[in-house]
Design a protein around this ligand. Structure first.
Ligand SMILES: Nc1ncnc2c1ncn2[C@@H]1O[C@H](COP(=O)(O)OP(=O)(O)OP(=O)(O)O)[C@@H](O)[C@H]1O
Length: 369
């Protein structure tokens, strides 16, 4: 097959999971407000958003433990649920993993992993052994769950969820019960295993670092809606609005007013396409893209395309944060407060002046609120 034919064949294959226009309200609140998603086999989509934005409800609708008001859910192109037709949860071939993944305490590890399996005793045993080997717990096959550490129990829960070969895995904050030391390792192992099994994963989290680390695609959710979806790099570097940007890090805001084409600031002019004259403007930039140059007694840094104009600012506070230092400054010209992060230890004294400039390709111009 030519590569064109291959890519055409690929594009004709329906996604493993597709959700179209899901709505669910409780009382007069639209908790899930028109959510659409598509996930390919072996890919991880993270549904990321603040507490209460409707992530878990979306997951429950897909799992089939709650019912949408309108909207459709497809698995491999086949309808599994709309408002009239509904395949029950146990026949959806969807695996579930939650934070409180409770193993059955009276069953051995083997019994737990085999729980949802059909087939002969020999077939079940083979699948249990295969999965326990994959999660590195072959030695614990006859152990009781309470004899295992939290991280080990989590791995048993993963093996149990994967045992029936679900086409889709829905995970709701599955790692938040683990301590930080364990979490990164288990996250990476889990991800590798899910990809190896070619499962499509929808993972709910409110932690941006988790989504950036795990996702092939991030769907950013707010008030029941997906406000932006895309690869982590794009979500981080091309946010749709100020709140989407602020979800991932501290941000600086430089305020101004559009004259219909430009907004003038202490850091030079910024284009304001599509904004009417008089519109409030916010120039947003993350602290790691704020650049500090020594003041050199006012000998200003020449404006450049990459950094625009620099402005004088003085240090209010500087703190060492572990791998970088956070310097808080105030711009002399207009009193704007700015935060800049600098690698390693950089702790200038209060009142020290700097020429501050902004990395232009990391500045975002938003209409103010
Ligand atoms: N069965 C229900 N009846 C009434 N309200 C509900 C019901 N289920 C969820 N809600 C409300 O819907 C909103 C969204 O809940 P959901 O659990 O989906 O949010 P979430 O984004 O997963 O939040 P968190 O990260 O805190 O779990 C909440 O305000 C919740 O109180």
């Amino acid at each position: 097959m030519t590569s064109k034919a291959t890519s055409e064949a690929k594009s004709q294959t329906p996604p493993r999971l597709e959700v179209k226009n899901l709505y669910r309200s409780f009382g007069d609140r639209n908790v899930v407000d028109g959510v659409s998603l598509a996930i390919e086999p072996g890919k991880v989509t993270c549904l990321l958003g603040p507490s209460g934005c409707g992530k878990s409800t979306t997951l429950r609708l897909i799992a089939g433990v709650d019912m949408q008001d309108t909207g459709e859910i497809y698995v491999d192109g086949n309808l599994i649920c709309d408002t009239v037709f509904r395949i029950p949860p146990e026949r959806r071939q969807i695996g579930l993993m939650f934070q409180d993944f409770a193993l059955f305490p009276h069953m051995s590890v083997a019994g737990n992993v085999a729980f949802g399996l059909a087939g002969s005793a020999v077939e079940k045993r083979a699948r249990v052994e295969e999965l326990l080997a994959k999660v590195g717990l072959s030695w614990a096959i006859d152990a009781a769950p309470h004899a295992l550490s939290g991280g080990e129990q989590q791995r048993v829960a993963l093996a149990r969820a994967l045992a029936p070969r679900p086409r889709i895995m829905l995970m709701d904050e599955p790692f938040s019960g683990l301590d930080n030391r364990l979490r990164d390792g288990i996250r990476d192992e889990t991800l590798a295993l899910l990809k190896e099994e070619d499962t499509a994963v929808l993972l709910v989290t409110h932690e941006p670092e988790e989504a950036l680390r795990m996702a092939d695609e991030i769907a950013l959710m707010r008030n029941g809606k997906i406000v932006q979806a895309g690869a982590p790099y794009n979500i981080y570097n091309a946010p749709v609005d100020r709140d989407a940007m602020a979800f991932f890090s501290d941000i600086n805001l430089i305020k101004g007013t559009s004259n219909g084409a430009l907004c003038s600031t202490a850091f030079g002019d910024f284009l304001t396409p599509g904004m009417a004259e008089g519109t409030d403007v916010e120039i947003a930039i993350r602290p790691q893209h704020v650049h500090l140059d020594f003041y050199r007694n006012g000998a200003a840094v020449s404006p450049s395309g990459a950094y625009g104009m620099s402005a004088v600012a003085s240090v209010e506070r500087a703190r060492f944060m572990g791998t970088e230092s956070l310097v808080e400054l105030r711009v002399e010209a207009d009193g704007t407060a700015l935060k800049a992060t600098v690698p390693n230890v950089f702790l200038p004294e209060q009142g020290t002046k700097f020429m501050v400039s902004l990395k232009r390709n990391h500045c975002f111009v938003f209409a103010g609120k």
